[in-house]
Write a protein that binds this ligand. Structure first.
Ligand SMILES: Cc1ncc(COP(=O)(O)O)c(C=O)c1O
Length: 415
């Protein structure tokens, strides 16, 4: 099979992935390995870009999916289903916003759009959202306006200061990530116009940068002072990846007065199936009346059962805690056996970035292909940083293997 009839939207790797490698998994667990059509086995640090918290083919997850599929796979948002009610309950209980309500979708960008609509509806007359440099919030037109990279945005939307073309009634003003003074200055510049402030508590696509507690709490205070709403995009960093359900809880804590106003999750939430959730207080939820947002597949019983079972397995197998241990373990391995081209091993929990040095401003640009040749699948962020998003249960031996492969690839690249 050599013909690719898809749009060329993704950089092409001529690899057909066929299955998780069950015999390389711990008994009763999912696998961190995948096999391609030619039989080559890879250590999978792409994990569907963060959508594979349980590993491939976790037996209990597979069994739960079979069971739900044979009971009820579809309904619409006009009806409740048991898995949907249960998933909504679990998400509301686990995230930091008090008295919360949830909108269920399929993809990340869809719940980012829900958050945009909610914030603009809740602050009528205000048109500006402050977003971050290096931010990534998705590729539909609202989300893309908040995404930083102009390569993705042009030719659809522009940001304030770039031109006088605008997207709908939303204008986006951009500040450097972590710069509280810039946030305060922007609030003053657009006084009375700022509806919300948008950020990833840990930037993913931008290069794996966790925010400091000081920055997040500072933004909370600033938003309170200016009547703006604070939105946290946890699509990549949330759903247990850093050791707590919300990365916000790990970075800031669970004090209700410090919580963001809106927080949204996707990727790992469905254990490999498309499930996403946008959460706000009940009061803010009131701004999203009938027809204000919707999704035919959003919250369908099959996907919600996947979410419920994913959270159940995470609890049963202690997976969030194990995810939380990954970065310190890899940092220890890296410190024991450093490589001169590795500048930084950073992130939080199992959201890991390895920044490499080299010629030019994208020294890691060829690392995905090179690492694949050496037996590991990764994505590269910002041209500088190898991103590793392993299943949450991946421990010392997998991380040692990852480090060995990374070192071998860097050595080959240098030679
Ligand atoms: C932080 C963040 N927001 C939004 C998105 C968009 O999610 P999706 O591709 O599911 O629409 C992503 C995807 O990588 C992401 O990492």
């Amino acid at each position: 099979m050599t013909t690719d009839l898809r749009w060329p939207t993704y950089p092409l790797r001529k690899t057909i992935l066929t299955e998780g490698v069950a015999d390389k998994a711990e008994p009763g667990q999912g696998s961190a390995y995948v096999r391609d059509a030619e039989g080559t086995v890879y250590l999978d640090a792409v994990g569907g870009i963060g959508c594979n918290p349980l590993g491939h083919g976790h037996p209990k997850f597979v069994a739960a999916m079979h069971k739900q599929l044979s009971r009820l796979a579809v309904a619409t948002g006009s009806f409740w289903t048991e898995p949907q009610l249960e998933l909504a309950r679990q998400i509301v209980e686990r995230q930091p916003i008090p008295d919360a309500r949830v909108f269920l979708g399929n993809t990340g960008t869809e719940v980012n759009e829900a958050a945009i609509k909610q914030v603009l509806r809740a602050r009528p007359g205000r048109d500006v959202i402050i977003a971050m440099e290096r931010a990534f919030h998705g590729r539909t037109l609202g989300s893309i306006a908040l995404t930083a990279n102009p390569k993705y945005r042009a030719p659809y939307v522009t940001c304030l200061g770039e031109s006088d073309k605008r997207f709908a009634t939303m204008n986006v003003a951009r500040i450097p990530y972590g710069d509280l003074d810039a946030a305060a200055a922007m609030m003053d510049k657009y006084k009375g116009r700022v509806a919300g402030v948008w950020l990833e508590p840990i930037q993913g696509e931008g290069g794996i940068f966790p925010a400091t507690r000081e920055f997040l709490v500072g933004l909370r205070t600033l938003c309170n002072e200016h009547g703006a709403l604070l939105g946290a995009d946890e699509i990549q960093c949330g759903a247990g990846r850093v050791g707590t359900f919300a990365a916000w809880s790990m970075l800031v804590g669970d004090e209700p007065e410090l919580a963001p106003d809106v927080i949204w999750f996707a990727k790992a939430l469905g254990g490999g199936l498309p499930v996403s959730a946008c959460v706000s207080s009940a009061e803010l939820a009131e701004h999203m009346g009938r027809g204000s947002h919707g999704s035919t597949f959003g919250g369908n019983p099959f996907a919600c059962a996947a979410g419920v079972e994913t959270l159940r397995i995470m609890d049963e197998d202690n997976l969030m805690q194990r995810a939380g241990a990954q970065l310190p373990t890899l940092q220890k391995i890296a410190a024991e056996d450093p490589h001169p081209r590795v500048k930084d091993v950073r992130g939080l929990g199992s959201m890991i970035g390895v920044e490499v040095t080299g010629e030019g401003d994208a020294p890691a640009a060829n690392m995905a292909a090179l690492l694949q040749k050496h037996g590991m699948l990764v994505t590269v962020c910002a041209g500088t940083t190898v991103r590793m998003l392993f299943p949450y249960g991946a421990g010392d031996s997998i991380l040692r293997e990852a480090w060995r492969i990374l070192r071998a690839a860097l050595d080959e690249d240098a030679s």
